[in-house]
Design a protein. Structure first.
Length: 153
């Protein structure tokens, strides 16, 4: 029986490759059209733009402070137990996760406490002569306000 089977001449392998070759030829013919279609949907460079805007103390200031007429000129932050502002009008920003004493040093300040952990207290103390706005932060801790906190939020 073995002698009855004719050896392969390779012709059937060539026929088996024919569909793959045809798919490749068709894909090469359609692909340039797809690239042209995608290239025609670009945005002209004249329609794109950029905006450069500086970050200022008033752009960081909470609306509560702005509503009460506080206009800070300096941003003061700190991660220490006591953070003291400048002699001007400051945006004093406390750090979350610890008890702090935020001290205004003159001017009309916007003092924003960080989140105070349970069992801790943060004190907001603007200078006594000021009409400062004091904003407590999140957290279950306690807050005390100095006499200069005319507006408490």
């Amino acid at each position: 029986m073995r002698d009855a089977i004719a050896p392969s001449t390779g012709g059937s392998r060539r026929l088996a490759r024919l569909p793959a070759v045809l798919v490749g030829v068709v894909a090469c013919g359609l692909l340039p059209g797809a690239v042209v279609l995608a290239a025609s949907n670009s945005v002209p460079s004249s329609s794109a733009g950029s905006l450069v805007q500086p970050i200022t103390p008033t752009s960081l200031e909470p609306s509560f402070c702005r509503t009460h007429g506080v206009t800070p000129t300096t941003v003061v932050t700190g991660a220490t137990a006591t953070v003291t502002g400048t002699s001007g009008s400051d945006l004093l920003i406390g750090r979350g996760g610890l008890a702090q004493h935020l001290v205004g040093n003159g001017g009309t300040d916007c003092i924003v406490a960080g989140g105070v952990p349970a069992g801790k207290t943060t004190t907001l103390s603007p200078s006594n002569a000021s009409q400062s706005a004091c904003v407590k932060g999140p957290g279950p801790g306690a807050y005390t306000y100095g006499a200069g906190c005319a507006f408490k939020g």
